[in-house]
Design a protein around this ligand. Structure first.
Ligand code: NAD
Length: 358
């Protein structure tokens, strides 16, 4: 099969980690008989330098026409003084909006070989962590009505509004149940239905959608309890589904449990098969251009792309297995290095994963 991928290397370590991922995809193509074609486009700081805009129209057009988008990272100190719509990070929000990507999928997997990297005790980690956070991405309080008013109870006050429509909740709930079907058939809905009206609607809609998935077990948890349970007994979770703001916070907490930011991939999905895939880390300007970045988060993002946008499960698994094997042979980039392990750079890590694919 033939797939067109728009690549956005972006800033800092972005180009380095994208390069390794493209090599892996090319090899997957050779091994499994697919053709991946890449079209590089501008976004972030590099786009500001070349065009004056963090997200040029041409980038949006090319991404819309592609089968999937692979992004490195955007931003860096060079553009820190810019404000509002001119900031590199605006490119991310702009792309999500333009491509209609409303579901953010963040798996938090603790590899057996990296148990030492987790801040949690090994008795809590048990035989490993494999959680998938499904976060609503385009609604809720981050996009609701906001403002300031003079006549607050104690003077000037500011407000932000949390609002969700039935349709918005239905589609994110379906995404979560579909993903749970491919995993361990369990969805934990996280809300604050004891206090918030928006959460009460959210919960009732999730319950309605659950009726379409009798094979999946649904449980509800208040967000404060979920934050606690993630640390207390993380193995109880399979898929967590939640709102934009709760998901923002809980997905970072879940990532931290796995230890390294350089290991974690993400996907943003919408109605069709077009998705945007990116590591959860930023542009790491402190190590950019030094062959020190861990490319695994981006490599695993390509595995998600194969799974969610192209329906290539076997090929996705091949990449994930190759990463596990390289870690099992004690190779580590600096961010996941520990005593007795073999320190390698970005390119070497990419090469070793490549070798395990054949
Ligand atoms: P960061 O994720 O870039 O870096 C945090 C720390 O983690 C740094 O010490 C960095 O060296 C390390 N790190 C990150 N990724 C790594 C990797 N793959 N391998 C090894 N070490 C890695 O976060 P930050 O420092 O807060 O932000 C730097 C810039 O990136 C800022 O301009 C920020 O706005 C931007 N940012 C972009 C995205 C994105 O593009 N999705 C996300 C977060 C931050």
């Amino acid at each position: 099969m033939k797939f067109n991928i728009a690549t956005i290397p972006g800033d800092g370590i972005g180009p380095e980690v994208i390069e390794e991922s493209m090599k892996i995809l090319k090899r997957i193509g050779e091994v499994f008989g697919h053709e991946f074609s890449f079209q590089e486009v501008l976004a972030g700081g590099v786009a500001i330098d070349k065009t004056g805009e963090p997200l040029p129209l041409e980038t949006i057009e090319i991404c819309k026409k592609s089968d999937a988008v692979l992004l490195g990272a955007v931003g860096g100190p060079k553009w820190d003084s810019l404000t509002g719509d001119k900031r590199p990070e605006k490119a991310l929000l702009g792309l999500r909006g333009a491509l209609g990507l409303y579901a953010n999928i963040r798996p938090a997997v603790l590899h057996d070989a990296l148990k030492n990297a987790s801040p949690l005790r090994s008795d809590i980690l048990g035989d490993g962590i494999d959680i998938c956070v499904v976060r609503e991405l385009t609604g809720g309080i981050y996009f609701g009505d906001r403002g300031r008013r003079e006549n607050g109870k104690l003077g000037v006050e500011a407000y932000d509004t949390e609002a969700y429509s039935v349709g918005e909740v239905e589609r994110i709930a379906r995404t979560a149940f579909e993903i749970a079907k491919q995993r361990n058939n369990k969805v934990t809905n996280v809300d604050k239905a004891n206090v918030l009206e928006s959460s009460r609607l959210w919960r009732s809609v999730v319950e309605e959608v659950a009726k379409e998935y009798p094979e999946v077990t649904l449980e509800h948890m208040y967000v404060d309890n979920a934050a606690m349970q993630l640390i207390r007994r993380p193995q109880q979770f399979d898929v967590l589904v939640t709102t934009n703001m709760f998901g923002d916070i809980l997905s970072d907490e879940a990532s931290m449990i796995t230890g390294s930011i350089g290991m974690l991939p993400s996907a943003s999905l919408g109605e069709g098969t077009l998705g945007m895939y990116e590591p959860i880390h930023g542009s790491a300007p402190d190590i950019a251009g030094e062959n020190k970045a861990n490319p695994i988060a981006t490599i695993l993002s390509t595995a998600m792309m194969l799974r969610f946008s192209f329906g290539l499960e076997q090929e996705a698994k091949a990449i994930e297995d190759a990463v596990t094997k390289v870690l099992g042979k004690d190779y580590r980039t600096a961010d996941i290095m520990s005593d007795g392990m073999k320190l390698i750079g970005t390119k070497e890590m990419g090469e070793l994963v490549l070798e395990e694919l054949v």
